[in-house]
Design a protein around this ligand. Structure first.
Ligand code: DC
Length: 336
């Protein structure tokens, strides 16, 4: 015999007998179905419920499902300040004749308990300098999932055009380069590295000139199609935080959570200016502000997949907030 323990969790919308039993039945059925388990395979089940659920023992649902002779027990989950509310957890012990790879099941808001297991996709859109990449990177690290900076892909494409002496605004100069352009994203200890035609360009794409070129090539539909395909491929395989301009509206319309980050034009220019200065780049505030306005204009007014808040995205204005406040706010939204 092979012995296993499977974990699972689910949340309820209210503390009522019907809702607790309905959700517990759902959780147990999903665990059984998705892991091809029969009632006879189960040795015992431990249920826990958060202190806000006291209308009924969740074990009653197991009995209703025919688990009449299985030892069951219900405990209260330890209370931790700020933890997920109205949550039922299970630990199921089972025995199987054969060896098997069993999957833990986290449903509804309980997916946030194990972002490493459940697929979580977070879309962060917004204009240049709103704080997207800093927030997305920190959030991804906190949740233990990937961060995909889609701007880096447009920057790599912008670099390709510049290096070939083309004008990034002119599709007739950009399109001939597209078929032979190979843009790849790899991760090294969680850090994104971007490759253009097998050459690492992670750092060289961070200049003012390439920012503008990226925004310009981003107005060309064929460029967007190529890069969006790559972004969707990465999202299919991974839990991630993806930031960009069209993520919630176009790249991941089914994202688990959509955020639209913004800040005033001047504040965004001030942040970009400080960032460039810190990197030792020679620039002045007015040039940065002008570039922010140019990019806002390109990104918002392009015909194809323009920068726009998705209807179901949550708007966060970061003008008077620090990074930690924004990250905590988004993390909180994942748990509601
Ligand atoms: O996020 P960033 O500053 O690195 O992006 C550079 C430019 O690339 C931005 O001005 C517009 C374009 N871009 C885009 O059109 N769509 C995305 N998903 C990401 C970036």
């Amino acid at each position: 015999m092979n012995f296993y323990a499977i974990r699972g969790a689910i949340t309820t919308s209210e503390n009522s007998r019907e809702e607790i039993l309905r959700q517990t039945r759902r959780l147990l059925s999903e665990i059984k179905q998705r892991n091809h388990i029969e009632i006879e395979d189960i040795i015992s089940i431990i249920f826990t419920a958060t202190k806000d659920l006291d209308a009924v023992y969740p074990a009653v649902a197991a009995r209703e499902l025919g688990m009449t002779s299985i030892p069951l027990s219900c405990c209260q989950e330890m209370y931790v300040a700020g933890s997920l509310e109205k949550c039922i957890r299970v630990m199921i012990h089972i025995q199987l004749k054969e060896k098997r790879n069993l999957k833990p099941i986290y449903l509804d808001k309980a997916v946030s308990l194990r972002p490493d297991l459940a697929k979580v996709t977070i879309a962060i859109d917004g204009p240049a300098g709103a704080g997207k990449s800093t927030v997305a990177k920190l959030l991804a690290a906190k949740l233990g999932i990937l961060y995909l900076d889609t701007g880096a892909m447009y920057r790599a494409m912008g670099l390709k055009v510049i290096e070939n002496g083309g004008n990034p605004r002119e599709s007739k100069e950009v399109l001939p380069l597209l078929p032979s352009t190979d843009i790849k994203v790899e991760y090294d200890k969680g850090e994104q590295r971007i490759y253009l035609d097998d050459r690492e360009v992670t750092k060289v794409i961070r200049t003012q000139q390439i920012s503008t070129a990226a925004s310009d090539v981003g107005t060309i539909p064929a460029v967007r199609k190529k890069l969006v395909e790559l972004q969707q491929l990465i999202a299919k395989e991974n839990s991630l935080v993806m930031d960009g301009r069209d993520i919630g509206t176009y790249v991941m319309p089914q994202a688990s959570l959509k955020i639209f980050l913004t800040a005033s034009c001047e504040e965004r220019a001030r942040r970009r200016y400080e960032e460039l200065k810190q990197k030792g780049m020679d620039t002045d505030f007015d040039t940065v502000l002008k570039d922010i306005i140019h990019r806002d204009n390109n990104d918002t007014n392009r015909e194809y997949a323009p920068l726009r808040k998705a209807d179901d995205a949550i708007l966060i204005d970061t003008t008077n907030k620090n990074i930690d406040q924004v990250v905590n706010e988004i993390e909180g939204l994942l748990k509601v």
